[in-house]
Design a protein. Structure first.
Length: 487
């Protein structure tokens, strides 16, 4: 179906027709958004150590697009084997593929009041894309409209894993499918019994960190979306798990091996042999702590590590010392992060669906940062800094290595991007809004938006704030298109 060929004569005139009614904002009736801008052909080329790593000649893009945008789109989002006649070569083809498929699903699902409304959606989306006012997330560009692949549009999934082998192996399989579709996955592994607990046969369990090695290998072997992007992965462990110390230090210890290999002459670049030779490099790890833990850490009190099988206390540790170990490991390698379980569940906008055990540690690209050039979205700050521009950021001295008072300006010594996830906005009947990462499905088979950080006005969890969102994928809904919520 070619949405752009909808007949104006097919427009329904019934004002009571059910479905979405739209008005034009950026486009004009009868004028295709592609016809309003100038296009040109140029060669997309990306250089690297040892020569050219990507090249596609004759790529068609809007004339005002930068070469960076051209190279990113051609290398990452054009579908089809490079040099084959089926390979996409124009931004028009790429945008049409995605927008026409989305609009087709809307028509087939009866979402629009009239064919004219469908045409407006198509035109407006295409305008936004080619003018760079907005963009879909990577899985949409990877998958939507591509024949023969699951139509997976979501970038983030949270899985649940139980303390039994079938569930653990399903974890590996499900993450592999998610990564192949271009999305990222997170999991809380706290239900897996520790290496200090016995099995029914009399031996001792491997523990979650051991199984993390297998999951890490799966992630390292599968490129996200079948492209050059690495898999995006998060692993969480509760602070009262008996293997928490092993979890805290697993990544830092492995990275010491990489530095030793570097001193021996091995390649230390991001995808170099030194890093490929060690484990736990495909995930961001986070320790999940409660308010009770933090209070005991402040007071220097004891903290109990409990068995997963029967809840027995296996060890008592000093909470302050454990927090120091978390901090030290994070200082050495950047992991683990921390997730604050009590706050996350206090801010839960739909507690009836069950507690949240795993969450997304990201924040939106439009989160503004105080700089000497004013408030800048962090996404813009990242791009401008990467391009070589020096922008000083206002930082409170309380976060310094030697905490103090007052605010100073500072320049970053290193800039990196750990991953990208889409953000959606939910508007409720009482006027409240919630911005969050994509859909999470509950075991009750409802589709529920998974909260990121809820606005303060939602702290009281208004009953009208029921985020029931349905997928528009219709018959093309992928087997993993129902977002899994870890209860």
């Amino acid at each position: 179906m070619t949405i752009t060929e909808l007949s104006e004569q097919s427009v329904q005139s019934d004002p009571k027709a059910k479905g979405v009614r739209l008005e034009r904002c950026f486009t004009k009736e009868g004028v295709h958004p592609y016809d309003e801008i100038e296009w040109e052909r140029r060669d997309a080329k990306i250089g690297g150590e040892g020569g050219t790593v990507f090249e596609q000649k004759g790529v068609e893009v809007p004339k005002f697009w930068s070469m960076t945008a051209t190279n990113v789109v051609a290398s990452k989002y054009f579908r089809g084997k490079l040099t084959s006649p089926d390979r996409e070569w124009s931004v028009k083809q790429m945008v049409d593929r995605v927008v026409d498929r989305i609009t087709k699903w809307g028509v087939e699902g009866g979402y629009f009041a009239t064919d004219r409304d469908a045409q407006i959606l198509s035109d407006e989306l295409k305008y936004l894309m080619v003018h760079q006012h907005a963009s879909f997330n990577s899985p949409v560009w990877f998958n939507i409209g591509v024949e023969g692949v699951p139509q997976v549009p979501s970038a983030c999934f949270i899985l649940s894993v139980e303390d039994e082998m079938g569930s653990i192996l399903d974890w590996f399989k499900n993450e592999g499918v998610i990564f192949k579709g271009g999305s990222g996955s997170g999991v809380n592994v706290s239900r897996i019994r520790s290496s200090r607990e016995q099995l029914s046969g009399g031996g001792y369990a491997s523990g979650p960190v051991s199984f993390m090695r297998g999951a890490d290998s799966v992630a390292g072997s599968i490129k996200s979306g079948g492209t050059t992007r690495r898999a995006a992965k998060m692993v969480v462990l509760d602070a009262d798990h008996p293997d928490v110390r092993e979890f805290v230090w697993c990544k830092a210890k492995e990275e010491k091996k990489a530095w030793a290999l570097g001193e021996m002459g091995y390649d230390m670049s991001l995808n170099g042999e030194a890093w490929r030779s060690i484990q736990f490099q495909n995930a961001n790890n986070s320790v999940r702590v409660t308010d009770d833990f933090m209070k005991k850490a402040i007071a220097g009190q004891e903290w109990t590590l409990t068995a997963r099988t029967d809840g027995a206390t296996l060890e008592t540790v000093n909470a302050h010392s454990l927090l120091k170990e978390i901090s030290r490991a994070a200082w050495e390698c950047g992991d683990p992060g921390m997730q604050f379980d009590t706050t996350i569940n206090d801010w839960h906008t739909s507690p009836v669906s069950g507690r949240i055990n795993g969450s997304n540690p990201c924040f939106p690209g439009d989160a503004r940062v105080h700089t000497t050039q004013g408030l800048l979205p962090i996404a813009d700050l990242f791009e401008r800094t990467k391009s070589g521009e020096d922008i000083a950021v206002y930082t409170h001295q309380a976060t310094a290595e030697r905490p103090g008072s007052g605010v100073v300006t500072s320049l970053p010594i290193a800039v990196m991007q750990n991953g990208v996830s889409p953000i959606v906005r939910l508007r409720f009947g009482n006027g409240a809004e919630l911005r969050c990462t994509p859909l999470l499905g509950t075991p009750g088979r409802r589709d529920l938006e998974g909260p990121s950080l809820s606005p303060r006005r939602l702290r009281r969890r208004p009953r009208s704030a029921r985020a029931l969102v349905r997928s528009a994928c219709g018959a093309d809904r992928p087997p993993h298109g129902r977002w899994l919520h870890d209860r």
